[in-house]
Design a protein around this ligand. Structure first.
Ligand code: UDP
Length: 311
């Protein structure tokens, strides 16, 4: 296959590119590098099966030659990033998705949309099943990301229903691993950065809010299976081990050997920060026979080793 990955120099996009290359496919990575980085793909630069195009996919996308799949992963994804780039975030979710769908249509390619647990907003149903329509404030600070991704799902389904395009939608829950930016502001790089500097971990609010963290390799396996499937409704991909941010800080301190403890930073919690989040992954298990296999402590050890080596 020859696949186009938008956001191909980003955290998830670059891991996805590696997996396709490892399986013998060809990859065209597109990225405007506002939150992605060339260091994530430099190991592939000499590979004749890999091509990088510096491009903002919110503008018309030109790719020469045959394409078998378009995987749309371009978007700022960390809350501080999308607060800093609210309009590019809305544009890449709306115009970028439209352009990526248009490319897939023109090439007769299969399309996979990277959607997000954020489409459930601050959920009133717990855990979140794919049938839950969500609780999103369109004008809240997180609305720029959440509504862009909700629109992206809507236009993807419209291309599927109207044009008969083969489409896949993954709703990605919190994911971590090597190649996250240490300064992207999300809780995993924040805590690991603080831990390796021997500083206390900054827990926002009272630390009772929950998340489930999956290691990036588990996600990539799920994405691979989803693309190969014939399933066009959205599929949650994430772990179901739900922990509070206070528990998470304790785990990071333990795994990293950091003795500086926890610092509660009430004022840094962003308005609309979901109080709970846990996927119902029954569909992924039934449709894709997918389950995550990497334990949080093991994934953290690998991620901490990466950050120690690169910083
Ligand atoms: N958080 C925290 N300390 C930090 C950064 C984030 O306690 O240094 C909290 C944040 O308030 C949220 C959770 O960790 O409740 C996950 O935040 P993240 O930015 O990783 O992504 P989200 O899951 O909210 O999209």
């Amino acid at each position: 296959m020859r696949v186009v990955i938008t956001g191909g120099a980003g955290f998830i996009g670059s891991h996805l590119a590696d997996r396709f290359l490892a399986e013998g496919h060809r990859v065209v990575a597109l990225d405007n590098l506002i939150t992605g980085s060339l260091t994530n793909i430099e190991h592939n630069m000499g590979n004749t099966q890999f091509e990088f195009i510096h491009h903002d996919v919110s503008n018309f996308i030109h790719v020469k030659g045959d394409v078998d799949a378009v995987l749309h992963f371009a978007s700022p994804a960390s809350p501080p990033d999308y607060l800093m780039y609210p309009i590019p975030t809305l544009k890449v979710g709306a115009l970028g998705t439209h352009n990526a769908l248009g490319l897939a249509c023109a090439k007769g390619a299969r399309f996979l949309l990277a959607s997000t647990s954020e489409i459930y907003g601050n959920p009133l149903e717990h855990p979140q099943k794919e049938t839950y329509a969500g609780n999103v404030d369109p004008i809240g600070p997180r609305g720029v990301y959440d509504e862009a991704k909700r629109y992206a799902e809507a236009i993807t389904m419209a291309y599927h229903r109207y044009h008969g395009l083969e489409t896949r939608i993954v709703r990605i829950f919190n994911t971590y691993g090597p190649r996250m930016r240490l300064d992207d502001g999300r809780v995993v790089p924040n805590f690991i950065g603080q831990a390796i500097r021997g500083e206390p971990l900054t827990v926002y609010g009272n630390g009772e809010q929950t998340r489930c963290f999956q290691y990036v390799d588990d996600l990539v396996e799920g994405l691979f299976r989803l693309l190969a499937s014939d399933y066009s409704d959205p599929v949650n991909i994430g772990t179901t081990r739900e922990i509070t941010m206070k528990e998470f800080a304790e785990i990071v301190n333990k795994v990293s050997g950091n003795e500086a403890g926890i610092l509660y930073k009430d004022g840094l919690r962003i308005e609309g920060d979901p109080q709970t989040r846990r996927p119902d992954t029954t569909r992924a298990k039934e449709v894709l026979d997918w389950e995550p296999v990497i334990e949080l402590e093991e994934g953290l050890r690998r991620t901490i080793a990466y950050f120690r080596k690169t910083n």
